[in-house]
Design a protein. Structure first.
Length: 384
């Protein structure tokens, strides 16, 4: 949620100016500049919610409540909070399959996300999508895509639609590091640059595509990938949520103002296996590597420690925020568990295009079909 939209107000926490008697601010406060105490607590609360949500999903998967694929975002929460947080409600986000926390960050309720993971009718995609296909256009969240790189041309299309309709929104198109080797990435960046589209391509660079290190499949650094199209490249530390937030707040403003497409290499790390069925470490990365990242580069711990050192967060406040996050996730799981499965009679809904009474697809601007006017382009025959 954008800072200006946060309910908590903008009272300044006393970190705007020099605090110490010697005129030098404490080291811990240095990175906090510009954020109010309420905003800092809000960002911590967001990340705690994302962490607890993923842990709950992990637990539900382990006991068979969630089926199919399930990719957790644990370790990468700084990007959901820091990149989506500064966006406006009507801005658009499209992403890959590691997207539970991004969906929540954009405004889908934890209940609707969890119910989707459970495959229930109350899920944000009606229980038809599951973990990889979370979707809710009413909050500007366009999925949830399981084909590596499949969302990139769609992201360009969303940005083109914004331009075509004369809007001033922007689109963030997330992808993993492995996606930049897909042909669709190159084509999309090219056309985005030619049309100067309002889109920010963000690579969540966790260093690996499944078990393959990026360095093994790239002859260049990540930052070099957008240069051929004249798209500016930026690098941000995704584990530092405050740096990430500030960076995206500024960049989103510039893109909204007409700066054209941007490419962001956001450095992060995945603390779990590629998916629920993969080991955390093993053949492609050592246990020591993972442990040192968890110990030193946990985005939740980094913010928490900074706030405590600066005297802006007490142990009691932390416990209260965490209890709230856990309660929201518990509630989401209970809601999902109690929700019905989709009605089998609706199996073919959203599969066939609807046509209007004139026998045309809804591409000609005519009013919609009368109620009950569902028809199939192929003239029927469910199995045709
Ligand atoms: C076109 C395509 N090829 C291969 C796969 C199988 N696959 C699923 S995830 C994945 C790795 C993607 O890694 P990355 O883009 O870095 O995202 P991360 O999992 O690290 O978030 C691959 C190869 C796929 N889903 N789609
Ligand atoms: Mg990756």
């Amino acid at each position: 949620m954008a800072r200006a939209n946060r309910e908590m107000g903008a009272a300044v926490a006393g970190i705007e100016g020099p605090e110490a008697a010697n005129g030098r601010e404490p080291a811990a406060a240095a990175g906090l500049r510009g954020f109010s105490r309420e905003e800092l607590h809000g960002l911590l609360a967001d990340m705690l919610l994302y962490r607890r949500f993923e842990e709950k999903a992990e637990e539900a998967y382990a006991i068979g409540r969630i089926g199919g694929f399930c990719h957790l975002h644990i370790g990468q929460e700084g990007l959901a909070a820091g990149a989506i947080g500064p966006l406006r409600g009507d801005d658009l986000v499209i992403t890959a399959y590691r997207e539970h926390t991004q969906a929540i960050a954009k405004g889908i309720a934890p209940r609707a996300v969890m119910a989707e993971l459970y495959g229930r009718a109350t899920g944000c995609s009606g229980g038809r999508g599951g973990s990889m296909h979370l979707f809710d256009t009413t909050v500007g969240f366009y999925g949830g895509h399981g084909i590596v790189g499949g969302q990139i041309p769609l992201g360009a299309g969303l940005a083109w639609a914004i331009r075509y309709r004369g809007g001033d929104q922007i689109c963030i198109c997330f992808m993993g590091d492995a996606a930049v080797n897909q042909g669709a990435f190159l084509e999309s960046l090219n056309m985005s640059a030619v049309w100067r589209l309002p889109v920010i391509y963000v690579v969540e660079n966790n260093g690996y595509g499944m078990g393959t290190a990026f360095a093994r499949v790239s002859a260049t650094e990540m930052e070099a990938r957008s240069g051929a199209y004249g798209i500016p490249a930026h690098t941000v530390d995704g584990q530092d949520v405050l740096e990430t937030y500030r960076f995206f707040e500024e960049l989103a403003g510039r893109v909204r103002g007409g700066a054209g497409p941007q490419f962001v290499n956001a450095i992060t790390y995945r603390f779990r296996g590629h998916s629920m069925s993969d080991p955390v470490s093993g053949t492609y990365r050592s246990r020591e590597e993972v442990e040192s990242q968890v110990e030193e580069r946990d985005p939740v711990a980094i913010l928490r420690e900074r706030l405590m050192e600066a005297g802006l967060l007490t142990r009691g406040e932390l416990e209260a925020l965490d209890a709230e996050a856990r309660a929201a996730c518990e509630d989401a799981a209970e809601f999902a568990d109690a929700s019905p499965l989709p009605d089998p009679a609706t199996l073919y809904d959203h599969v066939y295009a609807e046509i209007n009474p004139h026998g045309r697809l809804f591409l000609d601007g005519r009013p919609g079909a009368p109620t009950g006017g569902r028809a199939r382009v192929d003239g029927g025959g469910r199995h045709g």
